[in-house]
Design a protein around this ligand. Structure first.
Ligand code: GLA
Length: 374
């Protein structure tokens, strides 16, 4: 503990964005009760990143999870803009993937089956006959090794060859860094000792109002995408691309999430709302993949990513069964922008490849940058 305290103190002197473990420390913005609530056994801890502008990000090494993101509104009120639980038990029993890293294959694989070099692999069927987010008890429900870095927390995890049916012993690293421009940067790296497939994302649910009882339907959303990968009724891509122009999927100009969500549209029916992968326009590497604003709080969130796609999910399965922050999270009170490779890519040769070979390193970066509407 002495070493931790000394490390935290020297980090505070050394940088503006400081990272400190909240474990049993008492001064603000550290919250000892919260640290206690999210601690479990010897190895599960809550970590807090904070910067010079009062933004804090709470992380758990259980599932490499974003537990909360606190950001100021236009009047300087600092509130949590994510849906989350109140303690470790919530994280451990949660079924909606609040804030965790999902893999090995984020999103769906048709019939929970794929082939590499002619060999077929069967992975868990946990979404009808398909596989979703790597199957049950995947990396979102595992304990990662945490390391406190300068302005960041690094989580690492080894996945065994054959774990949940996937080939290859894989090392995965996720680094969360908080910058002084209110950017939360997530860096993913992975290597494998055998050819395998992977798709990694963070599954944070956002509600920029700061009020988890308010729906996200009035948030204005821009997604820099001319196409989606349309799906069948089991949310598996058909393999075609669908132009968004003239459809409820056109978010190229900022549009309220709720303005067309109830439209007569087969894709919206299949998703029970938005639950679709957008094919990001990569022509301008500086451009955000997505921008979301909430006029009432004045909060703005920009999303940047090296990934080719983003899944817009509008909390269509939230039904009050998940609880936290003094509420039971209701239908459409959070939205996700899950940056990713396209769903079912292992079975879709025309999609960008998700194959990882031994000797290669998978690298991916996603940034959520918060600011105030001008
Ligand atoms: C993803 C999926 C959704 C749903 C959520 C979790 O976003 O695309 O269909 O499974 O995860 O509830």
């Amino acid at each position: 503990m002495k070493i931790l305290l000394a490390m935290a103190a020297s980090l505070m002197l050394a940088c503006h964005s400081c990272v400190i473990t909240t474990d049993r420390m008492e001064q603000k913005p550290l919250d000892s009760q919260r640290a206690e609530a999210f601690a479990s056994g010897d190895s599960i801890r809550l970590y807090t990143l904070s910067n010079a502008h009062g933004m804090t990000v709470e992380l758990s090494n259980y599932g490499a999870t974003i537990v909360a993101i606190h950001v100021p509104d236009k009047d300087g009120n600092i509130e949590n803009v994510t849906l989350g639980y109140d303690d470790h038990a919530g994280l451990a029993s949660g079924k909606s993937y609040f804030g965790c890293v999902v893999g090995r294959y984020a999103n769906r694989i048709a019939h929970a089956r794929f082939a590499i070099d002619g060999k077929t692999y069967q992975v868990p069927q946990n979404d009808g006959q398909n596989s979703l987010h790597g199957g049950v008890n995947s990396i979102d429900k595992q304990v990662w090794t945490a390391r406190v870095m300068n302005d960041a927390i690094r989580f690492t995890r080894t996945m065994e060859d054959g774990e949940n049916g996937y080939p290859g012993k894989m090392q995965v690293t996720v680094v969360y860094s908080l910058r002084d421009d209110n950017s939360l940067v997530i860096d993913y790296t992975a290597t494998s000792d055998q050819p395998t497939v992977l798709n990694l994302t963070n599954h944070a649910y956002f509600n920029l109002t700061g009020n988890p009882e308010s729906t996200i339907l009035d948030h204005q959303l821009m997604i820099n995408a001319g196409f989606i990968t349309p799906v069948d009724s089991t949310l598996i891509p058909t393999g075609k691309l669908m132009a968004v122009a003239g459809t409820p999927f056109d978010f190229n100009s900022p549009t309220a999430i709720g303005s067309r969500i109830g439209a007569e549209d087969e894709q919206l029916k299949f998703g029970k709302g938005y639950d679709h992968n957008f094919v990001l326009d990569k022509s301008n590497p500086e451009a955000p993949a997505a921008v979301v604003t909430d006029a009432v709080s004045g909060r703005k969130m920009e999303v940047f990513t090296t990934e080719p796609g983003v899944q817009l999910y509008t909390g269509n399965f939230l039904n009050g069964s998940e609880k936290g922050r003094g509420t039971a999270y209701q239908y459409r009170t959070g939205f996700c922008l899950e940056t990713q490779h396209f769903p079912d890519s292992p079975n879709q040769p025309a999609f960008p490849s998700t194959l990882l070979k031994p000797g290669g390193t998978f690298k991916s970066q996603t940034t959520y940058r918060f600011s105030i509407l001008k």
